[in-house]
Write a protein that binds this ligand. Sequence first.
Ligand code: GLA
Ligand code: ZN
Length: 680
Amino acid sequence: MSLPSTRKTLFGGDYNPEQWPEEVRAQDYKLFDAARIDTVTLGVFAWAQTQPAPDVLDFSVLDRIVEQATAQGRSICLATGTGAQPPWLARRFPEVTRTDFEGRRHRYGQRHNSCPSSPVFRRFSAEMAGRIAERYADNPAVIAWHIGNEYGGACYCELCAAGFRDWLRARYVTLDALNSAWYTTFWSHTFHDWDEIEPPSALTEHWRGPDHTAFQGITLDYLRFMSDAMLADFLDEKAAIRRHSPDTPVTTNFMGMYRPIDYHRWAPHLDFASWDNYPPEGAHPAWSALAHDLMRGLKGGEPFWLMEQTPSTTACRDFNPLKRPGVMGLWSWQAIAHGADAALFFQMRASRGACEKYHGAVIGHSGRDDTRVFQEVARLGAELEQLGSAALGARTPARVALLFDWDSWWALEISDGPSRLVRYQQVVLGYYRALWEAGVDVDVVPVTADLTGYQVVVAPALHMLKDDLAQRLEAVARRGGSVLATYLSGRVDENDNAFLMDVPGPLGPLMGVRIDEWDARGPEFVNRVRLRAGADDANPLTVESRLLFELVIPQGAETVGVYQDDFYADTPAVTRNAFGAGHGWYVAAGLDQAGVDWVVRQVLAAHDIASRHPDLPALETTLRVAPDGTRLLFLLNHGDDPIEVPATTAGVDLLTADRFEPGRPITLAPCGVRVLREDG
Ligand code: GLA
Ligand code: ZN
């Protein structure tokens, strides 16, 4: 099963009319009409209302809300409501609350607050999911089920400890295997009884927080276990839904690059992916692009839903800037350009009280339709009506893959040494950004993905190498492709134990290098790297590198860039190794963005992967190809100045009906968007 089938790219968002008197709702739907809002997500936090006591159900409010949305002709994404537990559940069954990293058993409060291993929580939440499905499955307006909300966090209670031990028994079967995987001879940790194993927390293996552990193997497995434990909760609810609703697709809202949950392990169990886009303050536009591509990669390139974004401002940060005029529209189109078939907001009407009363909403407290935000939402609604079904199901024909791996992320960031300053997301983002600036479509895929269709595979900070990945990367190069890897790759096996061979481990033959030493320095230390385009060293470019410097001893690779400073000046920092009909590129240092850009463009050039408009860093371009073969080229201006670019093919702008011809200029105002349907 895949996405809900719909008439057009969906538009709407989280709607919580249970917070408001009835009269307000009629006003809401008038405004929804004005903004062409066609989809509402209902019931995300409705549990305490639908089940006021363990044996009392009261669907009167939710019934009315669903009836009204149906009568108003909206599509409904209906939530199971289990992302926040009702107070009676915690009071009656204290086991449903979480125990935190410091070992404190929480009392009732907050949301996303249930112990994933609690049998009581699992029973009550699955029952609620089943009841919702039973009650509303026959309503054709319900096009998708939304389980829970933003799964995440962690629990360290006794039930989780027991669940962890069961998970470990299933994984290792014997304590000998576990002791060997966790390297427990170190610091006298040999376990002789499964019950001796404790969750890794501030009370056990950790100091200075969740990233500082004495035993990486234990902490890594707990991260995997916690992700699986929450997945089990999701699967309980999904099974309960399926008993009543065999055909309506199920999702849960992910959070893009969210470290605690391995979305690749979850992805096969979702019918379609969806996610909430709240970029960090000041993030480069490539940050969201990367997250969109990661989400698209979860289901093998199928479109996803943008389940949430704020129309204007968040509320939970220390300061919450407005999205400047045009930015909400631009970012919505960016999601669609990267594969979204729905653009939804959090939220439709602002809460009156509690911690999100100042969070942006399509409709504010005054209920006006003449605010800037409402007007921009309405404009986007009109544009999406114009787009209609054109982008539905359209896929991105990428020739470049970027590997994203939660295990490598975890292993890298819970490691003692070489550097706490090297952050996985930053390294990945640097390489992704270089591709983004080159205007190249990228699939962001798990390490288990089929790589046979790609000419270039970029593997930043691939710290952990599992299974046959090294061979599959070699196969890419052998048939003429390029593999680009970086420092701190190929270091550990699936248990986070070092390979007993030269660094970069099983990547050594492909990269044609050997690394015996590495230097990690503070953020202020710079080692310049001289990059050269050809063997004659014509047009060298000198860039800076920081944080991590591996000392490379070539084993067949040619030197492409050399360190300029310190005792390893004149030794290789970037190399290229001929392998089969292709190449393995190795970047041994934390190059600055200019350096990463340069290397990435060398690799792309070798495959004639043309940058669409290479020298316009504010211009984003992506291509989506619809199921009928129609090609949609998206152009987005993220800069403060207008952009003019020559059209590369003939076609029509779906939003303005402007014709364009090859070579003729296309103009984009700041925040401007063009959706060009190329002539077939
Ligand atoms: C998350 C949640 C929503 C809301 C928004 C606010 O994405 O899913 O319920 O709290 O954040 O930004
Ligand atoms: Zn627990």
